[in-house]
Write a protein that binds this ligand. Sequence first.
Ligand code: NAI
Length: 415
Amino acid sequence: MVRREHTEDPLERIRERMPVVRSLLDETDDRAVFEDVTIAVSSHLEPKTGVYIERLRDAGADVVCTPNKTGSVHGDVVEYLEDEPDITVFADKSMSADELNQAHRDVLRRDPDLLLTDGAELLVKLHSEPEFSTEGVIGCAEQTTSGVSRARALEADGMLEVPVFAVNHTPMKHWFDNVHGTGESSLSNIMISTNTITAGRTVVVAGYGYVGRGIAQKARSLGADTVVTEIDARKAIRAHMDGHRVMPMEEASKVGEVFITATGCCRVLRKEHFEKMQDEAMLANVGHSNTEIHLDHLESLSSEKTDKGEGITRYTFPDGRRLDLLSDGELVNLTSPYSQGHPVTVMDSTFAAMLVGGRELVRNSEDYEPAVRQLPSRLDREIADKKAETLEIEIDSLTEFQQEYLQSWDRENIL
Ligand code: NAI
C-alpha cells in the first residue's frame, strides 16, 4: 500500500513509537490477513488509534470507524484519516451524544464483518436494534472492562450471537493499560488541568480494581494520603494491605480533597456525599462512562454553576462550599483539555492485543462459539515477546531439566 503524502501528519511522531503494532502483521502469511474484511472500529479517535487503524487497513481491511465517546475525538486525526484510502470515518470533534449514536448506526449500516470495540456500544446496538443483523459477523474483540461486562450481560441474557474476545482481560492489556496507562494519565491530567500537585493531598479512589489500584498506588508514591472505597471485601483488604486507608464513601466524603471514581458502576458519588464534602473538593471520573458522578444531583443541589475553563465546572452550594467537576464527569485522562490519551508505550500493547484478537477471529472463526472468552494465551505471549524485544528486556528460559522437573509430580526423585 502506497502511503499518500500529507502536509500535516498527526500520526508521524506516534507511528515510530508503536513498534509492536507496526511489526505484528509483518509475517508473510499475515500481511493481507484482513483482505476483503470490513472492520468496524469504535475507539477514542486520537493519534495512537490512528496508527492502529492504518495498520488494519495496511493488512487489507476496509476500515469503518467512529469514536466510542464524545469529547475524546482529535480533529486533526479525523481529518487525516478521512483522506486515507480504505478508511471511512463517522466522527466530528464536537459531536453530541445523539450524533455519536447515529455515527455508530452509520458504521453498522456498512455491514462490518468484524467489530473492534472500546465500550461494546457497536456490539450492543448490533444485537438490540431491529435494523441490524449478526448474520455474517465473524465476531468482536473488546478492549475495556466496562465493554466486557456489557458483552457478558448480553451473553447472560441469552442474546449474544457472535464470539467475543475479552481483550481487556488479557495480561498484556490490563496489567499495563489499566494499571499504569490509566494510573499515570489520570493523575497527570488532573494535576495539569487544575494546576495543583498530588503531594500532601487526600486522594479518595473509588474502586480498587486494576484501574483504581494503579491510581491509588501512584498517588501515594507521589506523596498523597490515599483513601480507597470498595464494595468487595477482598479488594478492600487488598487496599488495606497495600497501605491505603479504607472506608465507606460516606466517611471518605468528609476527608477527601480529590475524588477519583474508577468502578465501572454508576452514581458512586451522589447527594449524600456532595453534602459532606469540603470546600473546593475536586471530582474526577476515570471509569468508562460519565455515570459514576451523579451529575443531576450536583445540578439540583447547587445554586450556581460556573465554567472555570481547563475542563473545570465549579458548582457552588447554598452554604458557600464549592465543588469542582473535571471534564464533565467523562474519562478525565482522555477528555481533559490536555489529554493525549494513554502513553503510547502502553497503547502499543493494547492495540497489538486487539490486532491479534481480530486476526484470530478472521483466521479461525470456526473454532469459536458465540460466547465471551479470554484471548488465547499463545497470542498474549506473542505480544509479550515482541514487547520485551522492543523494550530490550531479556529473560531466561527453562533448561530441559527444569522443564522436566516442573512437569513431574515425583519431583524429589528427579533431583
Ligand atoms: P475492575 O473490575 O478491575 O475494578 C472495578 C472495581 O470497582 C472492583 O474492585 C469493584 O468491586 C469496584 N466497585 C464496583 N462498584 C463500586 C462502587 N459502587 N463503589 C466502590 N467500588 C466499586 O475494573 P477496572 O479494569 O479497574 O476498570 C474500572 C473502570 O475503568 C471500567 O469502567 C473500565 O472500563 C474503565 N477503564 C478506563 C480507562 C481509561 O482510560 N479511563 C482504561 C481502562 C479501564
